[in-house]
Write a protein that binds this ligand. Structure first.
Ligand code: SF4
Length: 302
């Protein structure tokens, strides 16, 4: 059996910086994480053992004098940063630079009296954080059906600024923009999809067509892992979304000759290796040899 490893596995750049800071900063002092630093239960469990506590809002630590607070890659609303500063918190700001850029775009547009449209999941902390840089005035659009439902509520004479959650699918985002521009006169379109996210999605699409099973490793509450699973389900014969090796289901392994493993942006590379070793062990016990390989890169166009 051949097993391929997607070349986009392990933490993304933003998460990797935040997790490293969490370990470093909690070595000697108590550290408060503003929300779960990654949507990955295994990583969170390890950090909590390391003198790290989770808070779900700046209000929760107002009674503690000068707490050390780490802002995760998703970022937080402007008022929350202000509250932390007023409380003399020591802020370790690990908002991903790509998310910070969206905060700046939204902040500037808001000051210029533009109306903000955020395409993404309204409940996702990244979207809540972005909305917090325009005083929570944004219209959050979940998908094309939702755009259709709310378009009549927007004033076509206004000037709009559109951004998206970094993990949104680019084609779907573009589709929503194209729909909105038919109804609204002026929309400043900002491509705010993270390259890491789209690379993972493109690679999973490519792998889905070449193998019989895709295994996505990532927290069930991780939006980018869920999107990878969605693509895998739609394009591959079999797909599994697991958090750890213990969630693996081997019932279809007798029917496949090739599988591929990929991970969400909040999954450490060590977890990927553990899953691969577990599959190899299982196959060996069942008399099947497993050859693990990197999936050949896409040939370059000349
Ligand atoms: S997925 Fe992209 S935007 Fe989000 S934290 Fe990672 S690098 Fe930053």
């Amino acid at each position: 059996m051949i097993g391929y490893i997607s070349k986009y596995c392990g933490f993304c750049f933003g998460v990797s910086l935040a997790v490293k800071a969490a370990y470093d900063e909690s070595k000697y002092d108590k550290l408060y994480m503003y929300g779960e630093i990654v949507h990955n239960p295994a990583v969170i469990k390890k950090l909590i053992k390391n003198n790290v506590s989770i808070i779900n809002g700046a209000e929760e630590i107002l009674k503690i004098s000068s707490p050390k607070v780490l802002i995760r890659a998703h970022g937080i609303p402007k008022f929350a940063v202000k509250l932390l500063k007023e409380n003399n918190s020591i802020i370790i700001d690990k908002t991903c630079p790509k998310v910070k850029k969206i905060h700046n775009v939204v902040s500037k547009a808001y000051e210029e009296n533009k109306k903000i449209i955020i395409v993404g999941n309204p409940m996702h902390p990244e979207v809540v954080g972005i909305n917090g840089w325009c005083n929570f005035s944004a219209t959050v659009v979940k998908n094309i059906q939702h755009a259709n439902e709310i378009i009549g509520e927007l004033n076509p004479q206004d000037i709009f600024c559109m951004v998206s959650q970094t993990t949104f699918n680019y084609e779907k985002y573009l589709g929503i923009y194209k729909f909105c521009i038919k109804h609204l006169k002026d929309i400043e379109f900002n491509n705010t999809i993270c390259g890491d996210t789209s690379n993972r999605q493109k690679e999973i699409m490519r792998l889905s067509k070449k193998v019989d099973m895709i295994i996505v490793i990532g927290g069930k509450n991780s939006s980018n892992s869920a999107k990878l699973f969605e693509i895998a389900k739609e394009n591959c014969k079999y797909a599994q979304h697991i958090e750890t090796e213990n969630d693996l289901c081997f019932s279809k392994f007798g029917l496949i000759s090739a599988f591929a493993v990929c991970s969400g942006a909040s999954t450490p590379i060590e977890s990927v290796q553990i899953v691969i070793d577990y599959i190899k062990k299982h196959n060996k016990e069942n008399g099947v040899q497993t050859v693990i390989s990197r999936f050949p890169a896409q040939p370059k166009m000349r």
